[in-house]
Design a binder for this molecule. Sequence first.
Ligand SMILES: [Zn+2]
Ligand SMILES: [Zn+2]
Length: 173
Amino acid sequence: MSNKRPSRLRFNFGFFLEATLGTSRTIELNYPTIEVEDLTLSPLAGTFTATRTSEGVYLSGVLRSTLGAECVRCLEEAIVPVDLKLDDLFYYPPHTAPEGEYIIGEDGFIDIAPLVRELTVLETPIQPICKPDCHGLCMECGQNLNKGNCSCEAEPIDPRLSALRQLLDSKDN
Ligand SMILES: [Zn+2]
Ligand SMILES: [Zn+2]
């Protein structure tokens, strides 16, 4: 037995076994919060279509979620929107699924939790930022510059002044 939490993302596709090829169903998800294996997604919403193929059930659609992460610039919480694009075939037994592919359970259920988890991990930004124009922290005093300037701000030399100084220096030589 698996020690993982029971998945809330299991869907019964047993009836699809008898369905003609091309039969499809649209499934809408709208969870304000859902635990998917070791992740908590808030929300998980969107629509996907399940289509009976000769080998199994093909899922396609887009689920939306957001991920909480630490902004690499200011270290505050960054809420990052992610799109999880489903584009996967779940193989029916007794068709032998290729290595690493998803399969439909013997009971006719499809559990999309492992797929959703995999897509979420793939979409997790390596360097999350809280907003595109995050000003980050002052290198000197650590002040969060999104919340206002610190007194260190006047210290750096204005690049225009340094250019002028270089010009003056070169005249002296
Ligand atoms: Zn930030
Ligand atoms: Zn400062």
